[in-house]
Design a protein around this ligand. Structure first.
Ligand code: NI
Length: 169
């Protein structure tokens, strides 16, 4: 946080199944795994393209997390399916050591493409919906602290959740 590239609106991917795109996804996957992340967006490794990856992990903190399949999502379009929003704690690989309460839509449809250009169209809720919203925000230059409604719900992870290993997005 503080790097101006995280505040930019990223550009759509124009060509699928290219060596450059596959290399970018490998970099994202390596970074997410190395940092114990739940998801990561290309701008977080200084690439301003509309590419996110998430899921494919188990977490004691999120009982539903193993229902989120490993997903490469490119040029995503999000469509909330209800006005309902739910508060939940989030962290971010670009805001290390912090956690904050962020409102997110509880149910949404998302569409996009994988790295081969195959369409993705899913309707999701709960943690899956939260992760997608967090990652796709990165593509529009939005970091989760910008969405915290009450800054009293923002703090250091080791103070808020002592002794817990937490994933970041
Ligand atoms: Ni993040």
């Amino acid at each position: 946080m503080g790097d101006p590239r995280l505040l930019e609106k990223s550009k759509p991917v124009a060509q699928f199944d290219t060596p450059e795109l596959h290399a970018l996804i490998q970099d994202l996957e390596d970074t997410m795994k190395a940092m114990n992340g739940a998801g990561i967006a290309a701008p977080q490794i200084a690439v301003n393209q509309r590419v996110v990856i998430f899921g494919g992990f188990k977490s004691p903190r999120y009982p539903d997390a193993d229902e989120v399949p490993y997903t490469v999502l490119i040029n995503p379009v999000l469509e909330p399916l209800a006005d309902d929003m739910e508060d939940g704690w989030e962290g971010c690989l670009s805001v290390p050591g912090m956690r904050g309460v962020v409102p997110r839509y509880t149910r949404l449809r998302y569409r996009g493409f994988d790295q081969y250009g195959k369409p993705i169209d899913r309707t999701v809720s709960g943690f899956h919906a939260r992760v997608v919203q967090h990652e796709c925000d990165h593509l529009d230059g939005i970091l989760y602290p910008m969405r915290i409604r009450d800054l009293r719900d923002f703090g250091f992870a080791d103070v808020l959740f002592p002794g817990q290993q937490l994933e970041d997005e």
